[in-house]
Design a binder for this molecule. Sequence first.
Ligand code: SF4
Length: 435
Amino acid sequence: MKVLIHTLGCPKNENDSEHLTGLLEKEGHEIISDLDKADVVIVNTCGFINDAKRESVNAVLSYGKAKKKNSLLVVTGCLSQRYPEELFSEIEEADIIIGVNDYLNLPRLLETYKERILKVTETPSDYFDYELRITEEGSVTSYLRLSEGCDNCCTYCAIPMIRGPYRSRRIEDILSEAKALSEKGVKELILIGQDVTNYGIDLYGKLVLPELLKELNDIEGIKWIRLMYCYEDKITEALIEQIRDLEKVVKYIDIPLQHLSDNVLRKMNRKSTQKSIYHTVSMLRERVPGIRIRTTFITGFPGETERDFQILLEGIKDLEFDRLGVFAYSGEEGTPAYSMKGKVALEIRELRRDKLMEAQLEISLKKNLNMKGETLEVLVEDEEEKGVYLGRTRYDAPSIDNSVIFTSDEKLKKGDFVNVYIEDGFDYDLKGIKV
Ligand code: SF4
């Protein structure tokens, strides 16, 4: 069959779609991008927050209308894991609805299809390694999954309900995949999971990320190793030393903090405090000179007072994060926060989000202007127009962080690493010339 896969949501969902591609190709199916030719359309949905759920339902409905006659529409991902019965009864266009633990069943379900199918299996107790994974041909960047699920149980988050408890992947499986990716030409590994810093605690009884980084650093051909989704209270001395000492581990770390007021952090069931966050940020900057810190915050959490918000606003002005994202709180049914008192009005939630981003814009501009005169290594991502390229530095993750727009007389291609002299800085971008 000719199969089209449409992926929504986070890098973990992209990773799942790559596994699905591997499974289907092994069974002789062909993955295509032309909807008119597709015998099967798979929508890999996101079910994290309302906006994402809405986007997923709209995608399913539009494919339901647009798909060719007699082709099958398959819905999978977090939305189907979270709302299987509702989706099955409300979206008749969907022929097959499977959960995030049912990919292995899909080839057989497609082969034997007679009538609508709903198959959403409970979360397995161990990490299930699909082994087969088809990544984008010629891509020099790849996500590398360390785990599935989460045990942190933040009160606003639906992930533990959808993806289950924390399950680490076996270290030998991670390393063999990393080697295979390097042999395919991958130069940048982006480590992902719900909580990368928790890696190994269930399987090996201790935090094993520092050891894993050492092993990954020894893999030939890899140039950049990037840490995403780190949890503040698990940023250990050992981890900081590895970030400082291992050549390929980029001096960049993503630590979603969510808030800076102890009153709100407690209500969120976050293990961090304002004091521990300030300590960790200063320790990282002291021990790893030049490290870039990315974080995300939520505004308007139930019970957030104006004073809490001022603590957050003053905090980001104080700490001056290098990269920052802000979300207005979105209530998710089934989470503890959903039934909490002290709901904050939507316009206040969004107003506070915008105020934080205004403050961050000034900080980001100042930091980018300070880069003028520096020469940075840049990974080429695209040619905007003849001789004008778009890329990113080791201090920027794909799609969410800053870019470098630069000129080059020499013809470059996607995936090249080049040195760029920084001529100017803007809010979220740098401008330069290849040297
Ligand atoms: S750390 Fe918290 S926010 Fe992140 S996936 Fe786990 S429960 Fe959700």
